[in-house]
Structures are given as C-alpha cells and as structure tokens.
Design a protein around this ligand. Structure first.
Ligand SMILES: C[S@@+](CC[C@H](N)C(=O)[O-])C[C@H]1O[C@@H](n2cnc3c(N)ncnc32)[C@H](O)[C@@H]1O
Length: 217
C-alpha cells in the first residue's frame, strides 16, 4: 500500500498533531503496558523517535525515571516539536527535543542510551525506513538496553475487523486520511540481535495496539 512522503507527514502532523492527545483513551492502555515492561527506574538515557506532543515523555518523568535519567526525543513536525518542548519545559535540561528529517538517522553516538521508545510511528513509515529505524535503535542502545514499541495492530474480534475495514478503505482512498498509519506486526523488524521480552495485544473498544519490548543482545 502507498505510504506518505516526509513532506506529507510533516504537513499532516503540523495540521492535525495538536489533536493527537484526543486519542489518549485509546492509547493509554498500551502506554501503561509498555511502561510496565520498560524497567524505567534503571534507565539512564531514553531516546524516543516520533515523540509527538511529548505525552509519553511526560509520563516517563512523572511515573518512573530516576532523577538522574535524561531524555531526548526526535520528530519531523515543527508543531510537534513545539508542543513537546512546551510540555517538557519543566524538566529542564534533562529533556531535549530535536528535529529530524528524511530517512531515520539520529545524530547520537553508538551505545548512548538504554531505552529506545517508538510509539505509533513504525506503522506509518515505509518498510525501508522502519528497517532503518530499528537498525538505528540497535546502534544507539547499549547491550542489554530495551527497545519499546507500540503499533496499531490487528485482532480477530468482530469490532476490530469492522474498524480495520473502515481504516483500510480510508487508507486506500488516501493514506493522508489516516496519517499514513496502518496495522502492523512489529515482530517482523526484529532480527537475531534482539531478544523478545514482551509482546501483547492491548485493545480498547475496537482499536488494538501491539506492545513489544525487546532487549538488545
Ligand atoms: C501517530 S503520531 C505518534 C506520536 C507519539 N509517538 C504518540 O504515541 O502519541 C506519529 C508521530 O511521528 C512523527 N513522524 C512521522 N513521520 C516521521 C519521520 N519520518 N521522522 C520523524 N518523525 C516522524 C509525526 O510528526 C508524529 O509526531
């Protein structure tokens, strides 16, 4: 299926991004599960790709990161960068938010972090960019570090099948109607360098997410 370009993604999230938090009741159960398996108290440095409005980052600081831990989030949308910087301002220099553009390549050193988060982004990237992003996560994570992912997922329930029929039809008409997102299975991006620690389907009403935590060997 067609994917959206970087320019389209930036325009879409610049225009609609501020409304993203309205989906919080659909995403919070997946965030809860992800944070329960991210072993946050032992994290030293967290990297997030596609940080959006900074909602997950704010939860990290209020729900589990140690006072010594730091965070750096990346996004391609200026609106998202502004919203997340405003939201995280009270955490001072411990929270940094930086712009990215083009194929995923993060300007950080190998092994610089011990948690890499990516929620509802891999499911909108092209297959090549999703592969590249997971390779970046592998490069940036120190051995033993955790990759923590949430993606929109498929479930066999009638409600989710109906929801996906509508979603996929909209995506076919134009991927822009649904922000480029389509249901995915994040396990396909994990190669031999990863040990799968946690994989769960979390559904809220008709909408399902896959939450996955893998340890970098
Ligand atoms: C569906 S939102 C998810 C935001 C946030 N992670 C969450 O779970 O609420 C997708 C985010 O990824 C960003 N994004 C989309 N394509 C990107 C790319 N190629 N590089 C970096 N960020 C991207 C968007 O600007 C947006 O903030």
């Amino acid at each position: 299926m067609p994917r959206i370009s970087y320019r389209q993604a930036r325009a879409f999230y610049d225009r609609c991004g501020r409304w993203l938090d309205l989906q919080r009741s659909l995403e919070d159960p997946a965030f809860d599960d992800l944070l329960a398996h991210a072993a946050l108290p032992s994290a030293g440095r967290v990297v997030e790709f596609g940080c959006g409005t900074g909602r997950l980052a704010q939860r990290l600081f209020t729900d589990g990161l140690s006072p010594r831990a730091s965070y750096v989030g990346f996004d391609l949308s200026p609106t998202m960068l502004r919203l997340s910087r405003t939201r995280l301002a009270s955490f001072g220099p411990r929270a940094q938010v930086l712009p990215v553009s083009g194929p995923p390549r993060l300007p950080l050193k190998d092994g610089c972090c011990d948690r890499f988060l990516c929620t509802y982004v891999l499911d909108l990237l092209s297959p090549a960019d999703a592969d590249a992003l997971v390779r970046q996560a592998y490069r940036l994570l120190a051995p033993g570090g955790r990759l923590c992912i949430a993606v929109m997922a498929s479930h066999s329930s009638l409600a989710n099948r109906a929801f996906r029929t509508v979603w996929t039809s909209l995506h076919r008409l134009s991927p822009l109607f649904v922000g480029g997102t389509q249901p995915a299975d994040a396990r396909v991006w994990l190669g031999v360098g990863w040990e799968l620690r946690h994989c769960r389907l979390v559904c809220r009403f008709a909408v399902c997410s896959q939450v996955l935590v893998a340890v970098r060997r």
